[in-house]
Design a binder for this molecule. Structure first.
Ligand code: NAD
Ligand code: MG
Length: 298
């Protein structure tokens, strides 16, 4: 079945061949280690010049939703800097190669988002090596499922907030002096901000914070001609979900609760980021685009 952005297809029937069988990975996990590979759009995404000459920084750009977005941005004409953990080099190498195949510049900047110094250096290095910055995607994230709040360690709570919320604050703050009018910031929230799972109390709270941070900042930056928007994914087949994001035994049913009856693939998220990054969305700011398999958000 055709999976490109332009062919009429039944959305319930897509990706029936991708089996989200029970599996688990240590650390942040790798796309390379997933049994059935997520679709990042590498074989299908067709650009139409919507981001020609743009300069983008994407955190968590090595895999999953950020990886798919990096591929799409490059095929739309953008040069792309990627942030990811050093242990994800194998995944990052693949995305770098795909960006370069698209004829664009790729800048690989590994490090730990929990480290304030890395976050500020990341922006400085991206600006220096790209020759500026006009798209910022805060997408790196940590999600660990824990049954009982009593078992959420202070360390996990701190790491989840550092990775998901503080890094966004540090990176955005460092990026602002470089962003000219027309620049765009896109933050990755989640359906968890709206319909939190009982076992993701800390993570869901960070995703609500990301959403609200973005809506406040969008108003502050609108007079400067900088737009801030949010993508709120539903269940998407990525390493994060196989690296503690879900209990492994729940993965076979992953995404089946959505009206479309299946998990999303990273390739299905990337077009939302392209839309919000490009001047196509020139009158859209402070918005959240829900890409969640049809779960109603009121
Ligand atoms: P992913 O594992 O492919 O991406 C997450 C990335 O975060 C990793 O690749 C890693 O590079 C980065 N990261 C995590 N901790 C880091 C750290 N300390 N330092 C540097 N980088 C770090 O998974 P994904 O699902 O594509 O996640 C991307 C975003 O989408 C996350 O913000 C996640 O919360 C959000 N999201 C995912 C889903 C889903 O179902 N997969 C649903 C809603 C929201
Ligand atoms: Mg990764």
């Amino acid at each position: 079945m055709s999976r490109d952005q332009y062919t009429l297809t039944d959305p319930t029937a897509l990706y029936a061949d991708i089996d989200t069988e029970a599996q688990s990975q240590p650390g942040a996990g790798l796309d390379a280690n997933m049994r059935d590979q997520p679709d990042l759009g590498a074989d299908t995404y067709r650009g139409t010049g919507r981001l020609e000459g743009r300069k983008a920084l994407i955190t968590g750009g090595d895999s999953g939703i950020g990886g798919a977005t990096a591929i799409a941005f490059a095929r739309e004409g953008a040069d792309v800097a990627l942030s990811y953990l050093p242990e994800e080099q194998e995944d990052a190498d693949r995305i770098v190669a795909l960006i370069e195949e698209a004829g664009r510049k790729a800048v690989a900047l590994p490090g730990d988002l929990k480290d304030r110094q890395y976050c500020t250096d990341l922006v400085a290095r991206a600006v220096e090596q790209l020759g500026g910055l006009d798209i910022l995607v805060n997408n790196g994230g940590k999600q660990q499922t824990v049954e009982s709040l009593e078992d959420v360690t202070d360390e996990q709570f701190d790491e989840t907030f550092k990775t998901n919320v503080y890094a966004m604050f540090w990176i955005t703050k460092a990026a602002l002096p470089h962003l000219q009018p027309g620049s765009t910031i896109i933050n990755t929230s989640s359906v968890q901000a709206y319909q939190p799972s009982p076992t993701l109390v800390d993570y869901a709270s960070t995703k609500a914070a990301i959403n609200t941070f973005s809506k406040a900042l969008a108003q502050q930056l609108a007079p400067k001609g900088i737009r801030v928007n949010v993508v709120a994914p539903g269940p998407v087949w990525t390493p994060l979900q196989t690296a503690g994001g879900q209990p492994p035994e729940d993965l076979p049913e992953f995404g089946q609760q959505t009206p479309l009856g299946r998990p999303g693939q990273p390739a299905e998220l990337a077009p939302a980021f392209v839309f919000l990054a490009s001047p196509e969305s020139s009158y859209v700011s402070g918005a959240t685009v829900h890409v969640n398999g049809g779960m109603p958000i009121l």
